[in-house]
Design a protein around this ligand. Sequence first.
Ligand SMILES: Cc1ncc(COP(=O)(O)O)c(C=O)c1O
Length: 352
Amino acid sequence: MRGGRRRLKLARMNSIAKSSQEPRPAFGTVMAPMMTLARFQNGEWGRFEALPYGPIEMLPAAHVLHYASTCFEGFKAYRWADGSINVFRMDRHIERMLQSARSLVLPAPDPRQLEEMIRAAIDSNRDLVPEAPGALYMRPFLFGTTPNIGAAGAPASEATLIVLASPVWDYFAGGMKPLRIYIEDVNARTASQTGKVKTGGNYAAALGPTLEARRRYHADQVLFCPGGSVQETGASNFLLLREGRVLTRSLDSTFLHGVTRDSVLTLAREEGYRVEERVFDVAEMLEWTHTGEAALSGTAAVLAGVGTLIHHGEELRVGAGDVGPHTRKLRERLVSIQRGESRDTHGWTKRV
Ligand SMILES: Cc1ncc(COP(=O)(O)O)c(C=O)c1O
């Protein structure tokens, strides 16, 4: 980007970041001006560089464009009241990225280099980290670049790793508005063996059913329950809550092991809830939501309350149809740690 245009864009982003009046752009649509990039060639990772955000060069025969060899992560850096910038559970996200890379037989990033790349991406965009409730959303992603269209059965031997940063505000427009969730009780979100891999293909697979549910029922998300067994939505984990109890699916290969899920369950246990992690079905969920609560958890969604479930064309109210008290309480507990408003006794936040 030319110097003048870049300065103008920076000034505009700064004003959005600082103002509470300006209309907030949709989640993920504004990119910070700097990114970091490293390449894997000849069997090793090269040093990374910090570059202006812009087009990247890639051959049309690149492995990722034909065989979807790609994975990514998403997490947030927060500006605390004292002006410091703190990242939430970066280590867990780096660990999950390495796991995804290994599952897809992509060259795994060096975790120390990836952390440095994340720190450098935050540092070079430091002024743009919005104040709470905003954050700087970090998006590391890795993809195979080997030019070979005959490599369906061979891994990429060359790859690129990029860390993007994006100032964000609300993921679900309207913030605490109770969500409408469509229950898909036949099809899975993705193949059962890659459910826990954060790879683009899983999202492409969930898109059709999600758009269809939006068109027919104005649903915000689809809850995938193949064969009636409750898993997760297209972009977040799923929890049931009520007085003294939390229920969610136990960890297996069929769904993404959310860092927010783990954090909420830890806080729930501390607050005295009995946390059950086990398989449960749609019938048990509907029984629970007569009087109990349901919520989606994720970096973007935080902990978002469900107001309506749509099952076989019928609309079913969840509890009172509003965001319930247990969802609000656990959301507040989590958010206050992320924003540095209450003490982080778990070592989840890292100053950068
Ligand atoms: C499919 C899916 N499940 C769950 C999550 C929640 O994961 P996390 O809490 O680590 O953001 C996400 C979001 O990132 C997701 O895309």
